[in-house]
Design a protein around this ligand. Sequence first.
Ligand code: MLT
Length: 254
Amino acid sequence: MKLDALITPSEFAALSGRDLSRTACVVFDVLRATSTFVTALHHGAEAVIPVCDIAEALTLRQQRPEVLLGGERHGVRISAGGVEFDLGNSPREYSGVRGRTIVSTTTNGTRALRACAAAPTVLAASFLNLTATAEFLLQNDSENILLVCAGTGENAALEDVLGAGALCDLLAGASRAQDRVEPRSFHALSDAAQIAWRIYRESKADLPGAMSSSENARRLLAIPGLRDDVAFCLQQDLYPLVATMDKGGVIRTV
Ligand code: MLT
């Protein structure tokens, strides 16, 4: 099993040229898309459909008036084409979605998920469902695991790299008691995966402190109604569920 990581949005944008036929893609958009999608599924959402842009979301709503529209631009709920989206992109908004299908477009997270569509396995990962995701991957035994960090704008996002590194830590079967770290469940970590893993191990003692310096966290912390999202999205294993995107681009709980 080989473990690799994409750190910047330009890397996932180039995935169309990569053979993903034997790869499980694991997408992290910790602040906040994948955290929000996992939360929605925990609260009983039927499915989440990530789309790349607002026009696609509006078209889907015309075709399927029953769906809820969610997502953000510049971190806040979308109002476009005379349509007020039903939900923004705060996971704390998604407690009342039982049985509903949510069509979501966000700045980076939905693009990253759609960029992985050619892979046979695509997971939406976050701190909220980290261990369940790791366990699924180890049972799934994919030849390659590609951790895809959604980023912020066109830049790397520290919080996504921390999430990817935390997953590496679990997958490596790190022996926490002795704090010895010896990969035993996969044979090769790319340099990018090692970078993520090392950053996580250096930060794990104070993740809130590490996260507070990220561009996206600082933006959210400055918005009174959104600042609590940062701490919410840092909770590890709050929702022991696995969120997979099928060939039709629909995310559901396994
Ligand atoms: C993203 O897609 O970049 C994030 O989800 C943005 C956000 O939630 O504010």
